[in-house]
Design a protein around this ligand. Sequence first.
Ligand code: ATP
Ligand code: MG
Length: 167
Amino acid sequence: PLAARRWAQLTEDDLAARLSALARGLQADPARADVLITLHGELGAGKTTLVRHLLRALGVSGRIKSPTFALVEPYELTLGGQTVPVWHADLYRLTRPSEWIEAGLAELFAGRGLRLVEWPERAGAALSRPDVAVHLDAADDDRRTLQWLAYSPQGRALLELGPDEPA
Ligand code: ATP
Ligand code: MG
């Protein structure tokens, strides 16, 4: 990776606070929101929880559902006066390639905007290398350790928003 960050042993409240700081950075520089972020970790690791806190902090006001059945939930954000499309995908139940085309995943994979993908492994080669990969591990019942890895200059620019210690 081009850059790495580690968020160690965070409670959910700690996580929400760091994501709020990240969201403030994105409000100030919306171009950095144009990234494909893959989320890695076991069932219950906190992938959806991360997305919920991030989208809430970015100003999504309605319900933020887990896209386990729909595969993708789209949102639209206004960041610094710009409209930014947001796609939250969970590919756990992806079975056939035609399914991801029907669900609008081709747009997600090729398009712009903030794109957050749980279980990216399920898409195999259809999903290109992310700008940022986030690996979540349960330290115990209520703490998680996150590793953020940037694989593109755009991903590195996102990690530069902080808000923490470099890995
Ligand atoms: P799946 O693979 O099933 O989609 P997931 O990785 O999306 O799982 P979540 O649905 O986010 O996992 O569930 C994580 C659960 O762990 C939530 O109930 C959340 O409240 C809880 N939790 C406890 N502590 C933390 C923490 N420090 N950070 C994130 N989530 C936490
Ligand atoms: Mg989930």
